[in-house]
Design a protein around this ligand. Sequence first.
Ligand code: GLU
Length: 561
Amino acid sequence: MDFSKLAELLFPNVTKTPADMEAEYPARTLPEGAKVTRFAPSPTGFVHFGGLFPTTVAERLAHQSGGVLYLRIEDTDARREVAGAAEGLIKTLSRYGIDFDEGAVLDSEGKVSDKGIYGPYKQSLRGPVYHVYAKQLVREGKAYPCFTEAEELEELLAVNKKEEIKNTDWLAQAESRRAQMLKDRAITLEEVEKNLEAGNPFVLRILADGDPERKIKFTDLVKGGMEIPENDEDFVLLKSDGIPTYHFAHAVDDHLMGTTHVIRGEEWLPSLAKHLQLFRYLGFKTPKYLHIAQIMRLDENGNKKKLSKRDMGANMDDYTEMGYCPEAVCEYVMTLLNSNYEEWRMQNPDKSYKDFPFNVKKMSVSGCLFDFNKLGDVSKNVISRMDAKKVTESVTEWALEFDRPFGELLAANKETAEKIFAIGRGGKKPRKDLATWRDAKPYMGFFFDEYFEVECDYPEKFPREDIKAVFDGFLETFDEGDDMNAWFDKIKAVAEANGYTTDMKAYKADPEAFKGNVADVSMFLRLAVTGKVNSPDMYSVMQILGKDKVAERIEKMRATL
Ligand code: GLU
């Protein structure tokens, strides 16, 4: 077979050569060791928690090494494309600390456009580039056209694959597919010409030289050394409309765009033999690969399951509505990604997670477990380290979107809100009340009459007369100007005066000897002033509410007793 002639027949309009492409896409000039990584999503929907994982790794490896992170939109399957998905994912990722140096970016009108000299970064715009390499492969006898009802055959293969397991006849089918493949491979120039003249569509297939009995040795940077069977399937490179498959497109792109590390989900491992074959056929240096295990979750019965698209916590946009701050989510992702992260955080409480020396070797080989409780704990720590201003702004911003009346109230009482959020903040042991911005209202809404509500009654065992007497005693001496000690001394005095001891040791030794203790007295006041039995530091609460409001609430409670 005259392959050059075949190449001309199939691609008469392709005049450029791979050498021209190399000239158009010069090698990057980056410092030694700088990594070039990419996120290469198909714009088919939202960003999945499992997608944030490889992307965070890609971001860290690139930026930690002074390299480049770029975004490539893999839109070769138009049927699965969702309008606006690319824009959405750029915005979502940016919220989670992932900003691309290059590739598909949003322009000033919020539309996807290109930044960088290795574009276009949208695969659907790169048809001519792929065709140069397709022609080259044909010219070298490494790919051939297949006119056998192109698309139908593909679909048939896909269906067969799914049914293989239950179909007892699958061996026979595989054999007949193989026979068909060998027949297709043997196509002659005359047959090609005839088909082209008749306008018959074709797909371009690779001529696979592998033997699954033989193994390729391969090192994944996360999974370590592995052996995978060679590929013997003549998979499709170009579909009948000339659009490449993912396999072909990504190999050409990763080469021309200078990717040094491909970081992706482990669902791509079964395709790896094909990819290595392609890189070899095309004469490209293979990038380094990191295949990242799927995120797992525990189901109702405590069994590990893959975190699927429909699971709670899968869609990154849900976190915004749930009120998680991106910093907390990033922090959580880091704890899952590197086993020594939490230890580092304890030693470096004030640093950005981007200062952590991320290390591929510290990644878990098997799947990480997604756990909302753990996320909540991490988040509480993250928020406890923020200053009151940031918390106030974030809660307000969140509430304006998801709880408008509360948001407007906070916006109108910015200074008070900041004072409230400052309670117990700073210092060695900051309060950890908030895991999400959604927790803010239940935590501090009581400061505002709009949300003040008495959550429970006083326990029966306390005579109402005692409670009233405590109220009266307290209000008689309460002075806003008192410092905390003076304020508490007065409460203690009121307690003692009413038979509630301040001597906790004595109380513990013989509780029957007293009506109660000073903690009970504090609780009387706390429930009246905050509506709750648990609240932030009551001295601070009273300072913020002011004498009149404190008195008003106590009087109101008194009237109900
Ligand atoms: N487009 C592929 C995907 O959406 C990219 C895989 C890769 O990173 O190579 O999963």
